[in-house]
Design a protein around this ligand. Structure first.
Ligand code: PBG
Ligand code: ZN
Length: 322
């Protein structure tokens, strides 16, 4: 009888030696919710451990994370005036633009700042684009979204991440950034973003739930892996530097397939609902937090994701799980 596989699992040393998947903290990106105001640190009830911060308290929290090697963050803004066309999204002094400036003033290039670019927190109807005749109008939305990306780049963002799912927005953003000499501002596209119920807690946190209808006319149908590949290839052609799959856990097959079909870096977004489900089960004492979180992170890496956006990032480094 051949015992070869079991010989390679005999103890921790040999298991480490032959491990095929290496999850590293450099892969982690930590999301933040930034809100207008001062001295705010208010917990988000459906996402234990995650808070809203105002720019001043954000700085203090980012500093703590940096000590443990969390040097890549993704910013979401809220609290700006909501209008039909989401115009406040591309004001020069949004809370996001101000937060970027403050972060760059404090941490310069020790911190890599990524911003979410989308209109849904700025439109009165909560959709990710401008509505004409009950539907999202692609082209006028793309124009507004590109302007929003430019304000973030001007404020000092290292990377912009459009999450709206309009067609052509990657190309439009790239063109506008280049025209304004932001050639070094990178672009991570939420390329394959499914219409998912796992975004529920986030929409409460970002105050961005659609007031009518749903997002199914612009986000992807989770039954369509071929269409998902098309979306990703278009973004690659239009100049995206990183392609993202979102959510992550229920879409490991998609991560794996896109990994096999592009040479660009792949990111996955371990979204709010995925996080909240783990936290809820942990609170009940039903699962071991460290064990399930590390199992999930290794699953993302094994599937082919080199970048992981996750609300668990701080726990992973601060509790010494890695
Ligand atoms: C908005 C946006 C959403 C998320 C990131 N950007 C929600 C949505 O599309 O409804 C979800 C993030 C999460 O659930 O953690 N465009
Ligand atoms: Zn949106």
């Amino acid at each position: 009888m051949i015992h070869r596989p079991r010989r390679l699992r005999k103890n921790a040393i040999i298991r480490e030696l032959v491990a095929e998947t290496r999850f590293h903290k450099d892969m982690l990106i930590y999301p933040y919710f930034v809100e207008k105001g001062k001295n705010i640190k208010s917990p988000i009830s459906s996402m234990p451990g995650i808070n809203h911060f105002s720019p001043d308290t954000l700085i203090k929290d980012v500093e703590k994370g940096l000590k443990n090697g969390i040097n890549k963050i993704l910013l979401f803004g809220s609290g700006e005036e909501k209008t039909e066309e989401g115009k406040s999204a591309y004001k020069k002094d949004t809370v996001v633009a101000n937060a970027i400036k403050l972060l760059k003033k404090n941490f310069a290039d020790d911190l890599y700042v990524i911003t979410d670019v989308c209109l849904c927190a700025y439109t009165s109807h909560g959709h990710c684009g401008i509505i004409h005749d009950k539907y999202v109008d692609n082209d006028s939305s793309v124009e507004a979204i590109a302007k929003m990306a430019l304000t973030h780049a001007e404020a000092g963002a290292d990377m912009v991440a459009p999450s709206d799912m309009m067609d052509g927005r990657v190309g439009a953003i790239r063109t506008l950034l280049d025209k304004n000499h932001f050639e070094n501002t990178a672009l991570m596209s939420y390329s394959i973003k499914f219409a998912s119920s796992y975004y529920g807690p986030f929409r409460e946190a970002a105050d961005s739930a659609p007031q009518f209808g749903d997002r199914k006319s612009y986000q992807m149908d989770y039954r369509n892996p071929n269409e998902a590949m098309n979306e990703a290839f278009l973004d690659e052609e239009e100049g995206a530097d990183v392609l993202m799959v979102k959510p992550a856990l229920a879409y490991l097959d998609i991560i794996n397939r896109i990994r096999a079909n592009t040479n660009l870096p792949i990111a996955c977004y371990n979204v709010s609902g995925e996080y909240s489900m783990v936290k809820a089960a942990v609170a009940k004492g039903w699962v071991d937090e460290k064990a399930v979180v590390m199992e999930n992170m290794n699953a993302f890496v094994r599937a082919g994701s080199g970048l992981i956006i996750t609300y668990h990032a701080r726990d992973i480094v601060e509790k010494g799980w890695i």
